[in-house]
Every structure is written in C-alpha cells, then in structure tokens.
Design a protein. Structure first.
Length: 548
C-alpha cells in the first residue's frame, strides 16, 4: 500500500516523521481533533482548525488545497491560491512561520516529476556589512586591476589594499578557530555568582551571559490513563442511539451531572478522541544535581484546564443522581448553553468526575507523560527527564535529568521585594521565534543522518506591571478579604514572546529569578498582557531533603 511520509521540520512536531497509509481519499490537516494530521492547538497557533487537505487520486496524484485558512498554505515558500499537485521533496508550510514538513512517498514513484519552478515572492535580502570573504577580495583585486590600467599608481594601491584585506580576513578566521568552544552548562564545579555587590545592577546582556546556558527547552507528550486497567482514556465520538437507530450525526459527547459539564469519557478506543497532547515549553536549572523548575502545564499538562473542545457536540443530560435515564441536547459554540460552556471550560483532566455515566471516586484517571525531554541551548541532544513533584497551589512543577556532571543553577530570589515598575529579563523558547535546524551525522553505517532543531534562547525585557497578591491586607476597613482571579502572580509588560516560553525564568536586575513566565491574556482588540508565578512556589517544591 502507498504511504505518505511527512518529515516535520518546524512546529510542535519538529524532528518527527509521520506515516499515513493511503486508505482515505482525503487527508485533512489542522488543530481540530477530527483531522487526520493534528497540530498542537496552543503551540501551532498559526494553523487553522481545518487548515488544508490532500486529495489522493488513484493513489498516484496528491493534490493540496487550502481550505480558507487564516494564514494561508505555502508550497516551497510560495503561497498557493488554488489546488496544487505535490511531488516528492516538496516543502509544505501551514502559515508563514508555522509548522513545516517535507512531503515524501513510500514507495517512491519510479520516475520523479521534473522540479517545478516557483515564483519567489520573498522580500529582498538585507545587506549586512561584514568582513569580505577571500573570493570577494580577489574579485575586488581583479576589478581594481581592470579599472586602473590608466593609472599604475592606483593599481599598486589597490593590490596593497587587497593584500591587507586578505591578511585581515585570515587573521579573523584564525581567531575564531582558536577561541575555545563555549561550555554549555556542565561544570566541574558550580560557577560562583558574579557581582556580589548587593546593589549592583545587571543588564539583560549580563544576565544572559551568566545564566543563558541554564535555561532549557522542554518537550512533552502525555495521555490520560485509566489507572485500574492502564488503558488510555478517550472522549466518546458517535451518534446518539434510540431504539437501535442513530437520531443524531456523529459528534463528540459531553455529559452534565450535578451542574458540572465535562467530556464524556470512556476506555473504548473504537470511535473515541484521545485525551492528551504534545507541546513544548521552557524551564531552568534550579539545582546543580539536575533539578529543573518549569510550569505545571508544561511538565504535567493534565493538571491544567483543557479548552480544546470540538463543537457542536452531544450533551448527555443526567436527570437523576444515578444517571440511569439520560436525555440529550445539542451543545453549540454560540447558543443559550452559555452556563454549560462556562462549566466545560473549567474542566481539568486529572479532576474528572465521571467515567462513562458513572461518578468517579478516588484517583481513577491520571495523566502520564509518554516522553519528557530537556534540551540545553545550542545543542541537539534531547535528555530524558522525569517528573518529580507538582505544586498543588500554583502553576509550578519540578523535573529532573540525570547527568554525570554538575550543572550551573540560577540564583533564586529569597528576600528581595518585587514592586511595580521593577526591570525584568525573561528567557525562554517562544514557539513564534524562528528555529535553527542542524543536520546530524549518521551514527550507523549507511545511515543518512537526520534533521534536528537546535534551540536558541530568546531574551525579552520589560517591567513588573502589577503585583497580584490576595494575601495582602486591604487598605479599607470595610474589606475583609482580597481575591485574585489569576491567583498570586506578577503581571508583566512583556509581550514580545508567547506560547513555548511558559516556565522560563524571570530575572530581576540583580540576576535573581523572581518568577516563572506563565499564561498570557489578550482581548478582542489585540491588547496582550503576560504573567509570572512568584518563585516562592518553586522554592517550596525545592524544599525537600532529597535534593540536598
């Protein structure tokens, strides 16, 4: 059987290979779970719910069509406006800067089509002033000789200038080659913190030089498990049957019981939608023995609110405590069911209250990482990590990697106050930032090697915009308690980052981590604000004798 091979280069699936047996005549791509090729709903936010499709004709032709996506579909860097036939080796990108893959077939066609010429609509390349290369210098000398035949003295000056440029070029190259390679994070001994003066102020560049190698990329994939059987949990996705007949189209199911609405879960995988996701985030070394702090929604995403729901759906309404005679209604995205939708948006997978039509008691369902990997900046090495501890009160988690060398940790703030207006530096790996990829050498004889992303750190500066702390005392005698809808967080003026930066360190101007970058909010006008979790919650996770 013919198979489609998707070699993912950019996006949440970067460095992954996806194989699709050509049994369907239509293959949909998007963030909707109904698609055959599904992209991460948070990280791959340039992808529409149903972005594009490939139609298979007689198992020989593969026709790509954009389905009215918001950011367009590109083939070999050119945006398509009509159905386009794909050939082996074509590069397909969903939105400029979005996920990208190379189209391949197995088995390959016996006779490949000629390479298509694509109009290049890219902007003109910027001119960057840099030291000229050897070839450039030689061209300059030749041009100088041709242009100065009328004046011999100018020719001599041109030759002399060219020789000096060549010597300068090779001197520059030699200085680069002889500089020692930078150490990534492993040190024989932890580096002493610089700038011990209590009132010294560090620039963002200073903080990056000292702690850039302590900020890591984290990649994870998880699924929800039925603990009694070890089977994966799915959301039911079928029609509603009465008297042996379908009376609705096939739709995702939801259940309402005692005023709470959540996905209708089952362990039957025949028609279900898998509960789980793949995503990426950031973190930082908090202890020399390999302990890393990050967000809870990065390392243990099943503890976070899940809002990736497909609507319309079938809402099973339990009218009695035992849910023995359920009725149904259609739950739509824009309807009078606003209270139901508000309840559904509060659903946390690990706190599911129903399995099928039966209430849950105890820890019957639990999330599990299929993989949790850490990558240090400017390397292609993925290091397996394991979850150590998750905060019960804040979006913080601790993971650990095992290496034979000690690592350089950041400095955690312990007593310096945080106030609105304070300067901050945020580090991490936002998904919107262009990726750097490297071709790795084959490790086995006859191997072709592989393309692997190499994370490069992004540094963003800003200020503390607001300190939200419900523990603060109210100034008015008429107010008994204070509450924050976001919990105890720092509101930031950092907006040039986003998804993928979650869990990254937020430094003050003393080079101390005061928080972990977390969620952001935006309104319909496009105004954005971001938040950080105070580092005190990370210190609470670190306060165990096992890591000392």
């Amino acid at each position: 059987m013919q198979k489609i091979i998707l070699n993912h280069q950019l996006g949440s699936k970067a460095n992954q290979t996806e194989v699709i047996a050509v049994s369907d005549t239509e293959i949909n791509f998007g963030r909707d779970d109904a698609c055959q090729v599904i992209f991460d709903p948070e990280q791959d936010d340039l992808v529409s719910r149903i972005h594009c499709k490939i139609d298979v004709k007689d198992g020989k032709q593969f026709l790509l069509t954009d389905l009215g996506s918001r950011n367009g579909t590109f083939v070999n860097n050119s945006k398509i406006s009509s159905t386009t036939e794909l050939s082996v080796g074509d590069k397909v990108q969903l939105g400029k800067g979005g996920p990208q893959f190379i189209f391949d077939l197995d088995p390959k066609p016996q006779k490949l089509k000629e390479t298509r010429l694509v109009e290049n609509n890219a902007r003109a390349t910027r001119v960057i002033h840099a030291a000229p290369s050897k070839d450039t210098v030689e061209a300059m000398i030749t041009a100088s000789e041709s242009a100065t035949r009328k004046k011999v003295i100018n020719m001599g000056a041109g030759v002399l200038g060219g020789v000096l440029l060549i010597l300068a070029y090779f001197g520059y190259q030699n200085s680069i080659e002889t500089q020692p390679a930078p150490q990534l994070v492993a040190q024989s001994e932890p580096l002493p913190p610089p700038h011990n003066k209590e009132n010294s102020v560090l620039s963002a560049a200073d903080i990056f030089k000292q702690y850039g190698n302590s900020s890591v990329l984290i990649e994870a994939s998880w699924k929800l498990i039925h603990t009694a059987t070890g089977k994966q949990v799915f959301q039911r996705n079928e029609c509603f049957v009465k008297q042996g007949k379908c009376i609705t189209p096939k739709m995702p199911w939801y259940i309402q019981h005692n005023g709470v609405v959540e996905p209708f879960l089952d362990v039957d995988a025949s028609n279900g939608i898998a509960i789980g996701s793949s995503h990426r985030g950031s973190g930082f070394v908090a202890h020399e023995n390999g302990f890393i702090l990050t967000n809870r929604h990065v390392a243990a995403n099943w503890h976070a609110q899940s809002r990736n729901f497909q609507l319309p759906g079938i809402l099973v309404d339990c009218n009695d405590a035992a849910c023995s005679k359920p009725e149904y209604k259609i739950l739509e995205e824009k309807s009078s069911n606003s209270a139901y939708l508000a309840s559904l948006n509060q659903w946390i997978p690990s706190k599911t209250k129903m399995l099928g039509q039966k209430p849950l008691y105890g820890k019957i369902v639990e999330g599990r990482n299929d993989y949790l990997e850490v990558t240090f900046p400017n390397t292609g090495l993925r290091i397996p990590a394991h979850l150590v501890r998750v905060s019960d009160v804040a979006d913080v988690a601790m993971i650990k990697i095992d290496l034979p060398q000690t690592l350089q940790p950041v400095q955690l703030n312990t007593d310096a106050a945080v106030s609105p207006g304070d300067s901050i530096t945020v580090m991490g790996y936002p998904g919107i930032s262009p990726e750097i990829v490297a071709k790795m050498k084959a490790q086995d004889p006859g191997g072709d090697g592989e393309i692997r992303s190499v994370p490069a750190l992004t540094v963003t500066t800003g200020n503390i915009g607001k300190v939200l702390n419900a523990a603060d005392k109210a100034d008015s005698a008429s107010v008994s308690e204070l509450f924050s809808s976001m919990g105890n967080v720092y509101q930031l003026t950092v907006n040039a980052t986003g998804s993928g930066n979650s869990g990254g360190p937020v430094f003050n101007d003393k080079g101390q981590v005061i928080g972990l970058f977390t969620y952001g909010l935006s309104d319909q006008s496009g105004i954005q604000i971001s938040f950080a979790v105070p580092i005190k919650y990370g210190r609470e996770l670190m306060d165990i004798t096992a890591i000392k």
